[in-house]
Design a protein. Sequence first.
Length: 291
Amino acid sequence: GAPSCSGSRSLPFDFERSRSESSGDEDDDEDDEEEEMEEEELEADPGARFGTDDGELYSDDDRERMINLAELTPYILCSICKGYFIDATTITECLHTFCKSCIVRHFYYSNRCPKCNIVVHQTQPLYNIRLDRQLQDIVYKLVVNLEEREKKQMHDFYKERGLEVPKPAVPQPVPVSRGRPRKVLGSVFRIPPELDISILLEFIGADKGTGNFKPLEKKFVRVSGEATIGHVEKFLRRKMDLDPACQVDIICGDHLLEHYQTLREIRQAIGESAVQDGLLVLHYGLVVSPL
């Protein structure tokens, strides 16, 4: 009796449990079948996975838009030499970018931006330019073989002249210090060592009949010590639009200077009396040449 009673009582529980288990298995089977059907549908219609109407499956590569280099050319060309940026250098005042050699050469004769004509610096425009390494990396990635060609040309240039090829600059590791972190300053453009003479051009007047001429806007100039008085005269004629018949006399102290004399020689010969606040002072006058 007792075992049969206990058995009769346990049957409903076992039956319900087995039924729930079987129903759960059936539900799992149904879910598996639904998943299999969905997978078959997706395989039959891949576009449904990405919501495309035509059922076409797009990969990441297909989604990338191909851009012609000509579309980017205006943004990676130097407006001075009309070539791709080499050592891209940006003016901090207006953010216009040029080749380093182009903008340094331009600042020999002017202190204004070649693109927007803003005054970069009254006396030392080279202080306000910075190398843009990120932009230069972009240019090298966009233009095939540009970096290799530039390195080869630089290597050949130095080898032909028997000079040592400069090694690429290696970024120095920043020392780890305890305490308050210090702000790391970026690289600052330094004036090339060959521009070792700063001159001050002072106007001492002109004879009557020299005609109209533009006043010299920039009287502070940094040049190489190998530049001659002839170079200074050409600079004055160009900037002041002088008539060819107008004679330019350049004086340092009490000495009338000759065309062949270099600025370094003049500074050494005349001494500190020709220097004012580190500047070699040159006076120039305009006279009419006799016919």
